[in-house]
Design a protein around this ligand. Sequence first.
Ligand SMILES: Nc1ncnc2c1ncn2[C@@H]1O[C@H](COP(=O)(O)OP(=O)(O)OP(=O)(O)O)[C@@H](O)[C@H]1O
Ligand SMILES: [Mg+2]
Length: 297
Amino acid sequence: MSEENKLSTDLNVEDVDTLAVAEQETEAAVRAAEATEEEGEDFLAGYDESNDEEETAAPQVADEGPVIVFDHVTKEYTDGPEDVDNQALKDVSFSINRGEFVFIVGPSGSGKSTLIRLLMREISPTTGSIYIAGTDLANLRNRQVCKYRRSIGIVFQDFRLLEDRTVFENIAFAQKVIGVPSRKITKNVSKMLSMVRLRNKYRSYPNKLSGGEQQRVALARALVNKPLILLADEPTGNLDPTNTADIMELLEDINLRGTTVVVVTHNREIVDSMQKRVITLREGVIIDDKKGGYDRG
Ligand SMILES: Nc1ncnc2c1ncn2[C@@H]1O[C@H](COP(=O)(O)OP(=O)(O)OP(=O)(O)O)[C@@H](O)[C@H]1O
Ligand SMILES: [Mg+2]
């Protein structure tokens, strides 16, 4: 299922009207933008507010507790063979405070993506609880799950951009679904394009971009709604060292603006050089949790 379809099926009835209105408004904004461009102007020029810290910072939430809590979480996949260990996570507990930057590392199959999918509420724990800003994810009703998913930023190894939409539209889409007015969308998308240095590519389609550029679009899309948390599952898995360093620098930047960042990676060099908190998983268990480099044990 394409991401757009997935997002659409996530929407509930009341969202549909909002979406339709936002769609019309954004199409009007894109047409206006194109018209302006035909006149030989850069429609984004009036929106160069990339240093507007207040507008791009993560939302301030009154709650002072940890932003992510795993409380004795076990995840057992029931669709595998019965004679093998199908517990992807085993009694995992940890907490992440607001504004932290955390790497999740560990061998293939150790449960990293399972942890991210649990945080996205794509799957639920078999036992134990996950709290986000004090709310137990198990208590979210269906429509609250949609809202919750839209309130976190997510980036994957394979970018997952909408291939038939331009860079601008890919980033704008996240705003359209929450009903942001078109002028505001143009302004916000413009800021994101500045942040990821893609203002000159806003009309390009994803297949005309390099891998690094595509991931920068994905990052802009994940951040345009100012999420409290950014989750990234192997965001640099398909990138060369230069683009990897570039994306990591952007993630660090985003973190400095207040967003809590959780990054799954296999990249030892990056983990060693950035000296952040590192949670190491092995066979579904946390075997290490400390600030510093990749666990070599
Ligand atoms: N949908 C699923 N159904 C059954 N078992 C699954 C499913 N997804 C993952 N698993 C199993 O759960 C375990 C953890 O998988 P997970 O994808 O979380 O690992 P990972 O650490 O992300 O690995 P990688 O580094 O290869 O991405 C593995 O043994 C895997 O085979
Ligand atoms: Mg994985």
